[in-house]
Design a protein around this ligand. Structure first.
Ligand SMILES: *Cc1c(COP(=O)(O)O)cnc(C)c1O
Length: 501
């Protein structure tokens, strides 16, 4: 499969190059027009285990890897970083299914892709014969940062710098990041929100001065954000796996349609589901669930994307986003790769903060249903699911669950629906605890244990031993100083490696 930028540049590349680069030179995202030409071997998918399906799916998208290379990536990622045969679990709770994607090291779904991205990166560097070291530059609303740090912290010849909004992530998310000690990691809070950090990261990818400084120091920038195609492809796998599991467990027959309700921020997870649909998975509706930052809800209702609105902090911080980067890829797909058009929308977004789809494109969005859950709905859904089913969900999952309930009331659609469960409730303990038990003065770390005692739901292994130990990283900076801080981090590492020689 060949990839190209969603915008102007005509450069056509293989997956390994797209993975190494992360983002195209013109600021666009790597995409392919061939997603709907993929012919999956459904016989393997019907009976395979998670890793078999992962190989059968990903080989079409990362087609320049050999069988041996891709299989090694898969088993390194999913054997070491998850417990059990399958990295995901599907639970039937009442009438709904919950697809638990949070059984990795940092207890959020980002682990699904960020356990394998470092494998892809190392393999791709070798294939591309690149001797310079990548500096993985990551903006995070909380979960990407920790999952990327855990994924890359022991990877030789790769450095990773993570920027999170100071005050915009949970105590537990923060501790997961600032507690990472490996010398190839750098973590820094910023005075600003996630969009500010993400916008600056994208600018740095286009900043020639900064890039030549890195080049002089034998380095180049790469990305672990969901703008990297190496993150989207592994996410397709669990949608396809889930379908096969529902057939095996006789909840549906082969060929029946299902819906997924996906708590959405940067539009990566739900886009992977859309790609699975393009590959032939019988998905009826993709329910795009937002929180109070409901820019996607407005977009799917009206065809207008407008980020000119205030940024709202919610109980589901990983969805507190006004610029959903991966939507650009959806525009590319529905316009059949009309890159001038996409580039124009993105220019409008940058200059005016808004753009509007033309009528013909808007019509192509009808496999999506959009809804949003405010804080009240989030809390009442956590409460209701726990009271009726003794099943604990996190605020992001609660948004998806609540939006699905509204969808069902509105449409009377009885199609089996899977709620995509993106984080362990213990990762967002305070919101979950206070919803069920009332306000508390205790720290998030103390609340974890109390919540387990109270609900009987088990703390996942990744969070079992987390405590407020001494933070290893303590920097906080202004947005404009991000590049200076990265330079200092790189210089420090170079001094260290000189000493080791
Ligand atoms: C990142 C994240 C999301 C949003 O996923 P996108 O791919 O950015 O749309 C939802 N829930 C949780 C817990 C997350 O960490």
């Amino acid at each position: 499969m060949i990839y190209e930028s969603t915008r102007q540049s005509n450069h056509k590349i293989q997956a390994s190059e797209a993975i190494v680069k992360g983002i195209a030179e013109d600021g666009g995202l790597y995409c392919s027009l061939d997603y709907n030409k993929v012919k999956l071997n459904w016989e393997i998918i019907k009976t395979g285990n998670y890793k078999d399906i992962a190989y059968e799916v990903m080989k079409h998208y990362i087609s320049d890897f050999t069988e041996k290379e891709l299989k090694e990536c898969i088993s390194n990622a999913y054997d070491q970083n998850f417990l059990g045969d399958s990295p995901v679990e599907i639970k039937k709770v009442g009438e709904k299914f919950f697809l638990e994607l949070y059984h990795g090291q940092t207890a959020a779904f980002k682990d699904m892709a960020l356990s394998i991205l470092p494998q892809f990166m190392v393999t791709s560097l070798k294939k591309q014969n690149i001797k310079e070291k990548p500096v993985i530059l990551t903006a995070t609303s909380g979960d990407t940062g920790s999952a990327a740090l855990y994924g890359f912290k022991n990877v030789k010849d790769v450095e990773i710098a993570v920027f999170y909004p100071d005050g915009g992530v949970s105590e537990i998310q923060k501790q997961q990041m600032v507690g990472v000690k490996e010398s190839n990691t750098y973590v820094c809070g910023i005075n600003g929100n996630f969009d500010d950090a993400q916008t600056k990261v994208k600018q740095l990818f286009e900043d020639e001065k900064f890039k030549s400084w890195l080049k002089l120091n034998n380095r180049f920038l790469s990305s672990a954000n969901s703008i990297n195609i190496g993150r989207l492809i592994p996410q397709m796998v669990y949608y396809i796996y889930t379908y096969a599991q529902l057939v095996q467990r006789k909840h549906i027959k082969w060929g029946d349609e299902i819906n997924f309700s996906v708590p959405t921020g940067n539009f990566g997870n739900i886009l992977a589901a859309y790609y699975a649909k393009l590959a032939g998975l019988p998905i009826k509706k993709l329910i795009c669930a937002s929180n109070d930052n409901n820019v996607l809800y407005d977009f799917f209702k009206t065809g207008k994307y407008n980020r000119n609105r205030s940024f709202i902090k919610t109980l589901s911080p990983s969805m507190d986003i006004l610029i959903s980067s991966n939507l650009e890829r959806l525009l590319y797909s529905i316009s059949d790769g009309n890159r001038d058009l996409v580039a124009g929308y993105m220019r409008d977004l940058k200059e005016k903060g808004a753009y509007e789809l033309d009528e013909n494109l808007f019509k192509k969005l009808d496999c999506f249903y959009a809804g949003y859950g405010d804080e009240e709905l989030t809390k009442s859904e956590i409460y209701k699911v726990f009271e009726t089913e003794k099943y604990l969900i996190d605020p992001h999952t609660a948004v998806a669950s609540g939006v699905y309930e509204n969808y069902k009331k509105e449409t009377k659609d009885e199609t089996p629906t899977i709620i995509v469960s993106t984080a362990s409730p213990y990762k967002f303990t305070r919101g979950v605890y206070e919803t069920i038990c009332g306000e508390s003065e205790l720290s998030d770390f103390e609340l974890i244990t109390i919540l387990e005692e109270h609900t009987g739901n088990k703390i996942p292994y990744g969070l079992k031993n987390i405590s407020q130990s001494n933070p290893h990283h303590q920097d906080i900076c202004e947005i404009k100083d991000m590049s200076e801080n990265i330079k200092k981090f790189v210089e420090k590492n170079m001094k260290k490696s000189d000493q080791n020689v």
